[in-house]
Ligand binder design. Structure first.
Ligand SMILES: [Zn+2]
Length: 153
């Protein structure tokens, strides 16, 4: 599986998780699922709602998720995944991430070291939910991913 996104969204994600440092930053990825590849058209930054462990946990509240879903629908997009950061930890899913992952969605993890995004990887839950499988991450240097759909503002 391939997850494609533009430099624009990549920079937006990096900016959000850098600002959240040393806490985890998170958000929702909107785009198109085309079967063989998945394309991100928009990244929706979300305020980490975890109560007491924002340094190594994140929580997207149900109403935040619903708002992102609504935004996706209005723009002719789907929710295709989530992103969050690992402050001073590798961009690999934690046991917490595995426990809270849903099937289908792409999980993008950004490693933030000393406030700077240094690594970014995408993962998807294995069918038997025993772990994550890596997705191929493609960052497009220019232009639009795919066609059709509203690129938004
Ligand atoms: Zn995590």
């Amino acid at each position: 599986m391939t997850l494609r996104l533009r430099v624009q969204e990549t920079e937006q994600i990096h900016a959000h998780v850098s600002r959240a440092y040393p806490e985890e930053g998170c958000g929702v990825l909107l785009g198109w699922d085309r079967g063989d590849a998945r394309e991100v058209a928009r990244a929706v930054p979300i305020q980490n709602q975890h109560e007491d462990s924002k340094g190594n946990r994140y929580l997207i509240a149900p109403e935040q998720f619903l708002a992102a879903e609504r935004e996706a629908r209005d723009a002719g997009l789907d929710v295709v995944g989530f992103f969050h950061s690992h402050p001073d930890h590798p961009a690999r899913p934690s046991a917490f991430d595995l426990e809270h992952a849903w099937p289908f969605y792409s999980y993008m993890i950004v490693c933030v070291e000393h406030g700077r995004a240094t690594d970014m990887r995408a993962w998807r839950l294995a069918e038997d939910r025993s772990g994550f499988e890596p997705e191929t991450l493609e960052v497009l240097s220019d232009g639009t991913p795919g066609q059709g759909g509203d690129r938004g503002a």
